[in-house]
Design a protein around this ligand. Structure first.
Ligand code: FE2
Length: 284
């Protein structure tokens, strides 16, 4: 098999209304579960207009997943049923394992300039759906930036680059989550573990996402890689910035309704029954 992973699909993120009325762009979600396994959802929220985001995501439950929120600019206030609370600011990461259940709110704060960030959902395998919930807020300063010989710069949120390990660890599906800038003229090469699902999401600029690519991929686009190991990415016209994410597919049945993702419809119904009855939280 070819070592190179080629691009199998490219699509634009789609305008979506979420939470209490937040206008965001969804790169993938409910309908792409098979292609993106173990990842369930990637939301890109960026706006200059507070009316797009100020309604936020008031108190809501999660079960059966892990979420990674990565802010580029602006602030989101967070509170949860474990007693955690705080601000996620520019460059910060919030990593939450919902496991058996967490109830939280995520409220973007009014910002002068741009509010921008991403939320990625990683699925949990059946064996870990009901694990104890956990939460970690990571300051921007704790996220290492690696300058590669090629000229590319990589913020290592989760995973390891040149022996530098990112602060988000122990996510069950073994993801790698990198924020990469490739200057014009450089070639960024990166191994993605064989059989793992890999994708890039373009934040700024345009790039060629495999060796053979003849037309560049624009910002707000999702690039899904095929089988192989190495990805090769070049900028087009100016530098290109993108998220590069990979993880181990679970290949398990997915039963998904809103913020809760289980393996069976029965587990899903039970979760909503428990939420209504006030017995949803197993760990506080
Ligand atoms: Fe949430």
């Amino acid at each position: 098999m070819d070592r190179q992973r080629s691009v199998v699909k490219v699509w634009r993120s789609q305008p979506t209304l979420e939470g209490a009325g937040v206008h965001l762009k969804r790169a993938f979600g409910f309908f792409e579960v098979k292609e993106l396994d173990p990842f369930l959802l990637l939301d890109d929220f960026h706006s200059m207009k507070p009316t797009d985001y100020i309604a936020g995501f008031p108190w809501h439950p999660h079960r059966g997943i892990e979420t990674v929120t990565y802010m580029l600019s602006g602030r989101v206030k967070h509170k949860d049923s474990l007693g955690n609370g705080g601000d996620i600011g520019p460059g910060d990461v919030q990593w939450m394992t919902a496991g058996s259940g967490i109830i939280h709110e995520e409220m973007p704060q009014r910002t002068e300039g741009m509010l921008a960030g991403f939320q990625l959902w990683a699925n949990l395998p059946a064996s870990h759906k009901m694990m104890d919930p956990r939460y970690r807020g990571i300051d921007s300063a704790e996220i290492p930036e690696v300058s590669l010989d090629s000229g590319a710069k990589v913020r290592v949120i989760c995973g390891e680059v040149d022996g530098v390990v990112g602060p988000v660890r122990e996510i069950v599906t073994d993801p790698e989550y990198l924020d990469v800038i490739v200057p014009l003229g450089a070639v960024f090469r990166r191994e993605i573990k064989k059989s793992y699902t890999g994708f890039a999401y373009v934040i700024e600029g345009k790039g060629f996402f495999d060796k053979k690519a003849s037309s560049p991929v624009d910002s707000e686009s999702l690039v899904l890689f095929g089988d192989g190991t190495e990805v090769q990415i070049r900028a087009a016209r100016q530098s290109v910035r993108f998220l590069l994410v990979s993880g181990k597919p679970l290949r398990e049945p997915v039963a998904w309704a809103g913020p809760i993702v289980m393996n069976t419809e029965e587990e899903l119904a039970l979760a909503f029954d428990e939420y209504r009855a006030g017995t949803f939280l197993k760990h506080q």
